[in-house]
Design a protein around this ligand. Structure first.
Ligand SMILES: Nc1nc2c(ncn2[C@@H]2O[C@H](COP(=O)(O)OP(=O)(O)O)[C@@H](O)[C@H]2O)c(=O)[nH]1
Ligand SMILES: [Mg+2]
Length: 208
């Protein structure tokens, strides 16, 4: 894989298209491919999208969990869509909002036929939580391809990261729709997003 091709792909502008509270508000331009980022609230979804696509103002980063209450869709023209999905596991969000967001996320996965891969983000300091496992079960049930991405690796020691990766690998091997490569990232290092960029590049060039 030529790294200059990847660098060129990620130097293209990535643009915000829409913030949707309903899947029907999402555009359906064919043919295209789509990837999605999901994970617990505050895990670093928006930060990671900004680091991968080289634009710190693209997705809104917040210190307060539970801020993204819609699906934010971005595009790298002409063929790749990126969805920043609402987080789960919120502490300060009402039950009615939790129900509304679960319905939104569930209908997103049922309706977006062009979805190629979901990146399930997990905070490297906390590891897999019960809510993450529930998502893995959901993806397996709905035959959605998912890959775990550990975030905030700048916050833990190298040895702890290796153990964590190994532990998570032994869990995800039970899920046939989960990729067994555990990616690691940090918003503080461009180098750390190289592997996930490579994955995204491959996904978006699979059919071309
Ligand atoms: N140290 C560190 N902090 C991060 C990293 N990624 C995100 N954060 C912080 O975590 C908080 C939540 O980030 P955000 O991207 O809004 O998470 P989201 O709710 O999953 O979209 C913010 O204060 C970020 O600055 C990372 O890789 N390293
Ligand atoms: Mg966010």
């Amino acid at each position: 894989m030529s790294s200059s091709k990847i660098a060129r792909f990620f130097s293209q502008p990535c643009n915000f298209i829409v913030g949707a509270s309903n899947v029907k508000a999402l555009p359906n331009y064919f043919p295209h491919c789509e990837i999605a980022f999901i994970g617990r609230s505050n895990v670093g979804k928006s930060s990671l999208i900004n680091t991968i696509f080289n634009n710190q103002h693209l997705a809104k980063v917040s210190k307060t969990p539970g801020r993204t209450q819609q699906i934010n869709l971005f595009t790298v023209a002409p063929c790749l869509y990126i969805a920043d999905l609402p987080g789960y596991g919120y502490a300060n969000v009402s039950q009615s909002m939790i129900t509304k967001l679960s319905v939104l996320v569930e209908s997103y996965f049922k309706h977006r036929q062009e979805l190629q891969r979901v990146f399930l983000l997990v905070d490297a300091r906390h590891g897999l939580k019960r809510s993450d496992i529930a998502m893995l079960e959901f993806f397996n049930h709905h035959t959605v391809c998912v890959q775990i991405v550990l975030t905030k690796i700048d916050k833990i020691k190298e040895e702890a990261l290796v153990i964590l990766q190994h532990d998570i690998q032994s869990i995800v091997c039970r899920y046939s729709f989960c990729n067994d490569t555990i990616l690691t990232t940090s918003k503080t290092s461009q180098q750390s997003v190289h592997a996930i960029r490579q994955e995204i590049y491959n996904i978006s060039h699979m059919s071309s």
